[in-house]
Design a protein around this ligand. Sequence first.
Ligand SMILES: Cc1cc2nc3c(=O)[nH]c(=O)nc-3n(C[C@H](O)[C@H](O)[C@H](O)COP(=O)(O)OP(=O)(O)OC[C@H]3O[C@@H](n4cnc5c(N)ncnc54)[C@H](O)[C@@H]3O)c2cc1C
Ligand code: FES
Ligand code: FES
Length: 484
Amino acid sequence: MENLSFYVNGQACIISLPQGNNTLDFLRKNLGLFGTKEGCREGECGACTVIVARISSSMDIHFRAMASCLMPLGQLQGCHVITIEGLDLGYANPLQQAFIDRGASQCGFCTPGFILSLTAYFLSGQILSLQGALNSVDGNICRCTGYNSIHRAIKDTLESCGLLGRKADIKYLVEQKLLPSYFLKMKELLLHTFNKTSSIPSTKGIILAGGTDLYIQRGDELPQEDLNLIIPESEEISLSHDGLILPASLTMEQLRLNPQLNKQYPGLEEALLVVASPILRNRATLGGNMVNASPIADTAVLLLSWDAKIRLSPKNSSAKDFRQIPLKDFFLDYKKLDLKPHEWVHSFFIPPPTQFWNFKKISKRERLDIASCNSAISFNRKNGLITQLSITFGGVAPIPLLAKKTMAYMEGKSLSWQLILLACEILKEEIAPIDDSRGSGEYKGLLAQAILKNHFLDLFPDELDSKFLSVPGDETKDNLVQGG
Ligand SMILES: Cc1cc2nc3c(=O)[nH]c(=O)nc-3n(C[C@H](O)[C@H](O)[C@H](O)COP(=O)(O)OP(=O)(O)OC[C@H]3O[C@@H](n4cnc5c(N)ncnc54)[C@H](O)[C@@H]3O)c2cc1C
Ligand code: FES
Ligand code: FES
């Protein structure tokens, strides 16, 4: 049992419950907040979306929409949780009214999730746009209303509340009646009780960060377990003299939106929209993505292409005391890692970027889906020759793969279609995709070759004429998710 203190919808909540208890169950069963719906319990539907407000490392307040079904109660210490009941003004607010007016809510099961994802977007501090608002509901599924009605309701609200093209602060959103006025005092209340927690795990217990893998794998057991909680987004990216340090607690959404990384890797923000969904990306951490060791882990493929080093620290010990190895050496075999029982993933070192970069992910559905095949590439071009080339693939081997033979073949050569087509032949020999629910091994083999060609076609469309693409099954160019 753990003594926990946080706020729910502006009211203080002090409880003594296991850290691993599921937040969705707590809201519904202990607090009777039935507006938070239970759909899939796997992060897929968004019916359980809540907003979590937390004091950030820069002492600001941030608001994030999250799936409460994959969230341990213990991570709410010092936070403010907002459910649909917490937006209640005694009448429908302009966003809720727009949903009513546009027929965007029929059975209503999904509607609280949509309203909370959108409200979190309004509170995000980003310059607001229609596309941004639509992206913010990528993780919210509606089974009975047409999405066009929802689209129209969102557009109406952005326009009628003057939100387009502006960063909205709490005061403005309260004035627009999109938030109740108690939001104005919440930052002060949270600062009053703010206590920066250590993110160094102890030697006992299971490490739990975003919980987006652990709750799927063993959600029922977690309330009974000793947990070492790592708070997602509790730390920021920092500069080292020769590169960037990405903390293991960095969320996929922090990675996607970081200005420094977007400068180094243009197009990153757009490219990572195909990873999970906002309510998951606000929880899923880089550390969890590596240690889950899926052969199609998106950020593993990405960080491998950036030639990242992984920093492994002994548990219960100073963060400076780490073992640094190339990320490519961390993945030994299927779900087998070079991670000792006494170690945890502390951070990642990212060296300076190369000139060119590209990321692609192909899945059955464009958003919120696991990849059939994903890939990233990075390299320089000096005097027309390819140098410092990195090519990575997910879904074609037991581990996220650095395609060393293909890289060695292309390194130091001049870029041409002939070179790319011959490189595809080497890639074909180097990978060993298997049949699974995301496609046959043969299909994934062809996909990998098509992706390799499309990396270069994306980067040098004028130089490489698409008519030279001639590998069978390569009509996928238009379907490929663009990145970089
Ligand atoms: C609906 C849904 C969609 C998804 N979509 C994608 C997707 O598009 N792409 C993708 O790559 N993944 C996806 N995932 C998988 C998952 O979100 C990611 O793997 C995520 O990065 C896991 O991070 P986490 O912080 O949630 O890990 P957790 O569940 O907290 O932990 C996962 C494992 O890592 C360990 N761990 C966590 N942090 C550390 C650390 N710092 N040191 C040592 N061990 C640690 C835990 O003990 C556990 O064994 C999806 C998952 C769901 C449920
Ligand atoms: S219940 Fe479906 S995402 Fe949580
Ligand atoms: S209104 Fe019924 S699921 Fe969306």
